[in-house]
Design a protein around this ligand. Sequence first.
Ligand SMILES: *Cc1c(COP(=O)(O)O)cnc(C)c1O
Length: 377
Amino acid sequence: MSNRPYNFSAGPAAMPESVLRQAAEEMLDWRGSGMSVMEMSHRGKEFVQICDEAEADLRSLLGVGDDYAVLFMQGGATAENAIIPLNLIGRRPEHKADYVLSGSWSKKSHKEAQRYGDIAIAAAADQEKTLEGKAQAPYTWMPVPADWKVRPDASYVHFCSNETIDGIEFIDWPTGDAYGAADVPLVIDASSHFLSRPMQIARAGVLYAGAQKNAGPAGVTVVVVRRDLIGHALPVCPSAFDYVNVAKEHSRFNTPPTYGIYLAGLVFKWVLANGGLAGMEAANKAKADLLYSYIDGSGFYRNRIHAPVRSRMNVPFVLADESHNDAFLKGSAEAGLLSLKGHKSVGGMRASIYNAMPIAGVQALVDYMREFAQRHG
Ligand SMILES: *Cc1c(COP(=O)(O)O)cnc(C)c1O
């Protein structure tokens, strides 16, 4: 292995180094085919094998059976925010859908959906709230399912299970009974913690994730959709975005992002070889515990998120004295710790520690943070 810097980018994000090396080796000639994967017909037997194997590996990682379609689409989670209402809101004649607002990405999903029907807010973390005796600022906590107001005739209820920008993760996904609307399926934007831990797919009607956070390169969107929810697309839904077509043609209705699917497939094999989702969870828990416990004990750095919903993937933090921000970022880059600047909407710093980040990278970050705090504290 080389001495590449540790990359804490929120996305596109670090890939497993062994995957990059394998892709480099296979770049000019994929397994004696005489072609790079990006030169292959998407209908040829080589790419069909690559694509079908990626789907099969992903199914085995997630433990999903044939009652769900597993689709590789394009347009990112942002396009999916439109593709979902286009496909699902017509399930019921009222064309209603409800959204839980827990941070930046769920707010965007809610806004996009408004073009397509009667959209309501089921719950929002937009107020200060006292939790466990501590005042929590807006968008530093997660509304509990018992407080969601889901209309019984809604076509679905949407939430984001990991708010990448805010650093909030919601793990124990509710059944319909928990939010009082058993017939209203859950639609989940899991982009930034997809494959980071076992996922309760059986509770999801639809789960979607842009690959570039934790599952591959930008350009592939993974959509896992319960088959009984397919087949209700609005007449204006583009045919390439109609789940009926994409599912029927095994993600090859039109030209899919072939090279991205190949790389995502290599990542799925890497996850399988490293203990599957349980293996990822154990490693990710150790990494997050290391970083949060240092931050909490430091007296110099602070994370504001309600502790039970802190994200294991995206760890935002602020310095006690923000006038040191530029020095912190300059020094961290020099120390081989890349992309630690926080999202512009929340400021401060953010360390994204996805599957491909080894614990040695988190340890190097903590060592740097400790040394910086000693110099500036
Ligand atoms: C990154 C991200 C998105 C947006 O992804 P695009 O590929 O840019 O559309 C949406 N939701 C979440 C949770 C994300 O992390």
